[in-house]
Each structure stands twice: as structure tokens, then as C-alpha cells.
Design a protein around this ligand. Sequence first.
Ligand SMILES: Nc1ncnc2c1ncn2[C@@H]1O[C@H](COP(=O)(O)OS(=O)(=O)O)[C@@H](OP(=O)(O)O)[C@H]1O
Length: 390
Amino acid sequence: MGQRLSGSRSCLDVPGRLLPQPPPPPPPVRRKLALLFAMLCIWLYMFLYSCSGSCAAAPGLLLLGSGSRAAHAPPALASGRGGPPSRLPFPAAPATQLAPGGETAEGAASQEEQSPEAPDSPSPISSFFSGSGSKQLPQAIIIGVKKGGTRALLEFLRVHPDVRAVGAEPHFFDRSYDKGLAWYRDLMPRTLEGQITMEKTPSYFVTREAPARISAMSKDTKLLVVVRDPVTRAVSDYTQTLSKRPDIPSFESLAFRNRTAGLVDRAWSAIQIGLYAEHLERWLRHFPARQLLFVSGERLVRDPAGELGRVQDFLGLKRIISDKHFYFNQTKGFPCLKKAEGSGRPHCLGKTKGRPHPEIDGQVLRRLRDFYRPFNRKFYQMTGHDFGWD
Ligand SMILES: Nc1ncnc2c1ncn2[C@@H]1O[C@H](COP(=O)(O)OS(=O)(=O)O)[C@@H](OP(=O)(O)O)[C@H]1O
């Protein structure tokens, strides 16, 4: 090109002797056009990819700029990356939730799975990246408690670029254990090296078989439990059931075996789930205390960033989620995310989270507080933390 321009004659110098042709664009313009074309191709590919119905959860955009994550990787799973045992460590038996006669699967389940609060709905851009990485068994699980604030914790954690979580509740260790670990792993989103795979199923905390089953998957699994004042939790649980079956008896009548005698019905799931010390005992037979983190459901509402700070430390994650990520939504009366994972838009939890509770007789609430007090004290001792419910 340079020669042509600097030479004595060019085709432009001889009008009429050659067919008229548009001049070739100068090099910088051509480079820009090529770049523009490449960008257009990438955009088109991403668009087509996201329209193809791929629902696998995928790393968010932040992933691109988050630097090395290997430094924050949790202990490796016994099964290793990409190679989980697909056979069950022992034959699957139906899972038992709580004491005999005390619980039905429905009572312990959050019922979220029927209308997941946060289905996997990756943005087109995150879908684009979902092809990379591999599916791993979770290294950390939110095991409970139902109505403790488990959805809030998972949604907040998903903002972290090193956390990838399945949106709906898998219920593997209580309801689908016979499907095998390969089935379970397949539910998980793809992760890159150093990213943590997570799920939440609050009924695990009260499922007898869950501790042994999770430990058989990996002894290193980190367990998170969001706990909330058991009395408020019971009312929240009841509120959920009432919303589905408005004809159920009153909270006051369900809470007692004999109301006049003040005999609390601890077989009622709404009551029994709140006996945290008893459930925790079973977990401690399979996991060392250092592998469990108890998140305060109350503090998660009051100071989400503070509680998320503890959680990030526990998971070995860089402290990225901070005050900057939250705002208090006056209408909802709860903290919400300024930018949700995937969409980048402000996001509050759905209307089944943070709903008003029916008014409960004050005397009944006081009796329940007395009932729970010794269990709460024991729980404070076991965890080394006073949650201030008394
Ligand atoms: N930020 C934010 N927004 C909305 N709600 C919040 C939030 N943080 C905690 N909570 C509390 O979470 C309670 C529901 O708990 P879970 O998500 O564990 O419920 S479930 O077991 O999965 O059904 C829910 O209980 P209710 O208030 O009874 O609806 C909330 O009090």
C-alpha cells in the first residue's frame, strides 16, 4: 500500500483507463470494521445461545474481572473435580424428618420448590458463559432452618462472583437420594476452578438421614444454618401453611396438646423444627462443629452485610458482598439487593418472603417462649453464641 501511494503512478492517476472502483479503506478503518464485525458475530452468537433454551446457571459478568479464585477455593471434595462417585454409599431408604409421628415431608419442606423464589434464569450474557467449567457436587449447603431466612442468604450469596448456586431446592438428601449423586451433580450449575457450588434445602436440618448422607458425599462439606427465634419461626411456618390451606385450625389450637394445662404439642412440625439443639446433636455426630456456621435470621434482616461478612469468611471467600450491595426497601420492609445476580436490576425477595403474620394470642406466645427457653439455652451453649431470643 505504501509503495502504491508513494509510487509515481496509481490507478487513480489514470482516469478512464480502469473501471472506476471505490478506493480501498485506509488500514485503521479496515481494522475498525473487522473489529466491529467480530463484535457483531460475538453478540449474535450470544443472542442465539441464550435463545436456545439453555437453563444452566452460569457465572455472572463479574467473573471476568474477579482475578484469581484458586486462593479462595474450599477444601477439595473427596470425589474430586469432575469425578463424583455415582453409586450411593449405602442403599437409600426413605428419609425420616423429625421424631416418629412428628413430621410429614410437607411440614418440614419449605414448599418453595413448587414455585421457586429464584429459578435459574441466567441473563443472555451469563448463559453465554455457561458452556465453560464443569458441574460439581456442592461444597457448601444451606441445610436450614425452614423459614429462617434461607432464601435471603442464598440470593445474597449468589451476588458473589465465586459462588454458583442452584436456584430451586434440590431435596436430594431427603427425597431423592435413591437417584444417586450423579443425578444430584447434574442439577448443579457449572463452575470454574475456585468457584463454590451451593444449594439450599431447609428440610435437611430436620431429616434424620441427612447428616450421614451429606458426610458420605464429602466429610468436608460446609454447612450453613440460618436460625431464627423459634416462636417467630413457628408463626411464619404456620402463616405459610395458612396461605395454602386457609381452613386449617388456629395456631393457638395447633400449638397445644392441652391448652388449659399449657401442654405444648412438640409433635407439630411448626413446633418441632424449632428444637434446634436436638437437631444439631445429630449433625455433630457426623461433622465437627467448625464445619457448621449459624447465621442469625434476625441479623440477616437488620444487617445483611454484617452477616454476609461472616459467611464469606466461613466459606473462604474474599469479602466482596458489603453494604454497597443492599438497600432497605420501605414498601417491602426488608433489605433488598441493588443488583441481582444475572439481571443487574434491583431485586427484593418475592411476596411469600416477609409476609405479614396473623396476630397470635399473647399468652400463647409467652407459653411458647417458656417452652423453648431451655432448648435455646442449650443451643447457645452448643454453638457458643447467644442469639438473644429470650
Ligand atoms: N431480605 C429479606 N426479604 C424477605 N424476607 C426475608 C429477608 N431476610 C430474611 N427474610 C425472612 O425469610 C423468611 C423466609 O425464610 P426462608 O427463605 O428460609 O423460607 S423457606 O423455608 O425457604 O420457605 C421470611 O419469613 P416471613 O417474614 O415469615 O415471611 C422473612 O422474614
